[in-house]
Design a protein around this ligand. Structure first.
Ligand SMILES: [Zn+2]
Length: 315
């Protein structure tokens, strides 16, 4: 069984203690790829640096809506320079959060629009955070989807609705626009009835799974730090809800995530690490990416020295 965790903050400070062990546990649990999502420029650099060190990690670069207020134009320029990087698969985590309102709404919208433009320019999908903001998000993404022709230029989905927390009708609306829906490990919580209904109602071909680790551990590990290995809990719950096997869920969600991320995992890849694991579609193995990075010169610096984003509790 192979799984892909389409949303993790494995590069964050919360994993400084035991990050490599957490990645090893994920590999043992069948997680072939972990997508590490940046929330600001410095944090995105950490995600890219981790993706360069680990074959099974890919990066997303972006400014989270919580951080929109403090993101400078220089930060957004820096992200635009990072976005074409070979180990960057996604522009994210981007979006609107009118629940916590940690940044002014108009600034969130400006920063989101700017990053939609970045994604269009580099032809990569987006990872969308939307909380109590769908009245603005749906028209924004409808317009963007129209501009994009409903797909990326290479035919892939436009992005993923991360930690989806609305009803099935809205999930369908985003699917129609060209997005996949991500089912979070909290689907295992007894009170997550709406998310369970989304997992049941939306066809498997439109679903991916995620942990959003370290946040939102599944029921079995509640109160603990969530980690990519636990993404299997989401797969198991979807299988139960749909009355199918976990293997079927794993196969389909992994296939969907591969398409989203623009990768193909070779069939023989099972607990094997190294370059043979990933091929095709413009995502070279980590060491090649490192070479390419060196060639890029001053445009981008893998910043080991950059402090992680301030410990602002998410999501
Ligand atoms: Zn996140």
């Amino acid at each position: 069984m192979r799984l892909i965790d389409t949303h993790s903050h494995i590069h964050d400070a919360e994993f400084d203690a035991g990050r490599d062990a957490a990645i090893a546990r994920a590999r043992e649990a069948g997680v072939a790829i972990i997508l590490a999502l940046g929330v600001d420029a410095a944090n995105s650099r950490l995600a890219v640096a981790l993706a360069e060190r680990h074959e099974c990690v890919l990066a997303a670069v972006g400014v989270h809506p919580h951080d929109a207020a403090v993101a400078t134009d220089a930060d957004l320029d820096a992200l635009e320079q990072m976005a074409p990087h070979a180990r960057v698969a996604v522009v994210g985590e981007i979006g609107l959060d009118f629940y916590r309102n940690l940044s002014p709404r108009d600034r969130q919208i400006v920063v989101l629009r700017r990053q939609l433009e970045t994604a269009r320019r580099v032809g990569k999908p987006i990872a969308v955070h939307a909380r109590e903001a769908h009245e603005e998000m749906l028209p924004l993404l409808t317009a963007w989807s129209r501009e994009m022709g409903g797909r990326l230029p290479d035919g892939r989905p436009l992005g993923v609705m991360h930690y989806f927390s609305e009803d099935a009708a809205l999930a369908r609306a985003y699917v129609e626009l060209g997005f996949v829906i991500s089912i979070h490990t909290s689907v295992t919580h007894p009170k997550a009835t709406q998310l369970a209904e989304v997992a049941r109602a939306i066809a498997l071909e439109h679903l991916v799974i995620e942990t959003d680790s370290p946040y939102g551990a599944p029921q079995k590990y509640r109160g603990k730090r969530n980690e990519p290995a636990y993404v299997a809990e989401a797969a198991a719950k979807i299988a139960e809800l749909k009355g199918i096997t976990i293997e079927t869920v794993a196969e389909a969600t992994t296939h969907n995530a591969e398409r989203l991320l623009g990768i193909a995992l070779s069939g023989g890849e099972r607990g094997v690490h190294g370059a043979s694991g990933i091929r095709g579609a413009g995502v070279p193995p980590a060491h090649d990416a490192g070479l390419q990075l060196a060639d890029r010169g001053a445009g981008f610096q893998p910043a080991n020295s950059v402090a992680p984003a301030a410990g602002r509790s998410r999501p």
